[in-house]
Design a protein around this ligand. Structure first.
Ligand SMILES: Cc1ncc(COP(=O)(O)O)c(C=O)c1O
Length: 344
């Protein structure tokens, strides 16, 4: 078998059905609101998530940023986890583009808690920025794809609203969260004022993310998207894949979760490696390699030479993400390759 690429679920390639859908998609100029395939995808997504309106964006990063720009502006405060994707991996766009002030609240096991949010949100005072929006992330990437359960999610939304803040949910992998929590994704959307989810991760589209909210909110986010250079023309070629993804790719995410458990159990039999099984809730496996005595760079290099690609989370961890290109036998094969690579 070729290389087993478990760096991320973003490595997934479009399905044959997606490529065929591109060829037959009805197209128009989306900036004129005239691409029927985009309109159809946005209507489908809004109905699925129980929101009034939806907007297709190039990326999750752009969808998050356009939403933040619709929630607030320069000098306003965004309350968020310093381990969130928006804080950690989006090039500081929150501050440098939206002009907003981050108020960090540290997550624990990938979850924020209402008391910590309450403690971080200061009352109104001439000296303080105005707290505008609470950002949540579900599943939570840097904790290894952990899930905030629905009751905690709802309590966080209620807390934010009590404090006069709106809520934005970075739901890049909201369908993974929904499957793991055993609830429809719309349950997580209900109390969030806005959310975004990605088509380009486990759902296998080549690109595309969807921002959702009220009609009024999405009209504001649409202006922000345009300002970011994200106005598109015949974007139906992206939307055509998105429609196939929503119709055919969601339920199978459960297979990725099951394969992540198989992978993690296998990794726990490799000398020097360990995975805390409680952390494996969805499709990510964070592996502690510190007992090998090797650096993360060395571990990744040996694995690569043995035909397994992973992402480094130095100094102690690497990350493996299961996705539709690999089944249970493939992840078992990955474990054996890793075992050999580290035995040398
Ligand atoms: C939680 C989370 N939010 C947002 C994004 C950004 O998505 P994109 O890579 O499409 O910009 C990612 C990407 O990995 C993510 O994991």
């Amino acid at each position: 078998m070729d290389v087993i690429n478990l760096r991320s679920d973003t490595q997934t390639l479009p399905t044959a059905e997606m490529l065929a859908a591109i060829q037959t998609a009805d197209l128009g100029d989306d900036t004129y609101g005239e691409d029927p395939t985009v309109r159809r995808l946005e209507a489908m997504a809004a109905a699925m998530l129980g929101k009034e309106a939806a907007m297709l964006c190039i990326s999750g990063n752009m969808a998050n940023l356009a939403c933040l720009m619709a929630h607030g502006g320069p000098g306003d405060e965004a309350v968020l986890d310093p381990d969130s994707h928006i804080f950690y991996y989006e090039v500081g766009g929150l501050a440098s583009v939206a002009g907003m002030m981050p108020m960090p609240v540290q997550s624990r096991d990938g979850k924020l808690y209402p008391d910590d949010v309450r403690a971080a949100v200061r009352g109104r005072n001439l000296h303080y920025p105005i707290p505008r929006v609470l950002c949540l992330e579900n599943t939570h990437n840097r904790s290894g794809g952990r899930v905030t359960p629905l009751d905690l999610h709802n309590a966080l939304c209620d807390t934010a609203h009590d404090l006069g803040l709106t809520v934005h949910l970075d739901g890049a992998r909201i369908f993974n969260a929904a499957i793991a929590a055993g609830v429809p994704a719309s349950a997580f959307a209900e109390k969030a004022d806005s959310l975004m989810f990605c088509l380009s991760k486990g759902l296998s589209c080549p690109l595309g993310s969807i921002a959702l909210g009220s009609k009024e909110f999405i009209a504001k986010a649409d202006r922000a998207r345009k300002r970011l250079g994200g106005g598109m023309r015949q974007a139906g070629i992206i939307a055509a894949c998105g429609i196939v993804a929503l119709e055919t790719m969601i339920e199978r995410l459960a297979d990725d979760h099951a394969n992540a458990r198989v992978l993690a159990e296998g990794i726990n039999t490799v000398p020097g490696l360990s995975v805390d099984m409680d952390t494996v809730e969805t499709n990510m496996v964070y592996v502690d390699h510190s007992a090998t005595g090797l650096s993360t760079t060395e571990v990744l290099a040996r694995m690569k030479a043995a035909g397994v690609l992973a992402s480094g989370r130095p100094p102690r961890h690497f990350r493996l993400v299961t996705h539709r290109h690999y089944g249970a036998d493939d992840v078992r094969e990955a474990v054996e390759r890793i075992r050999k690579a580290l035995a040398q």
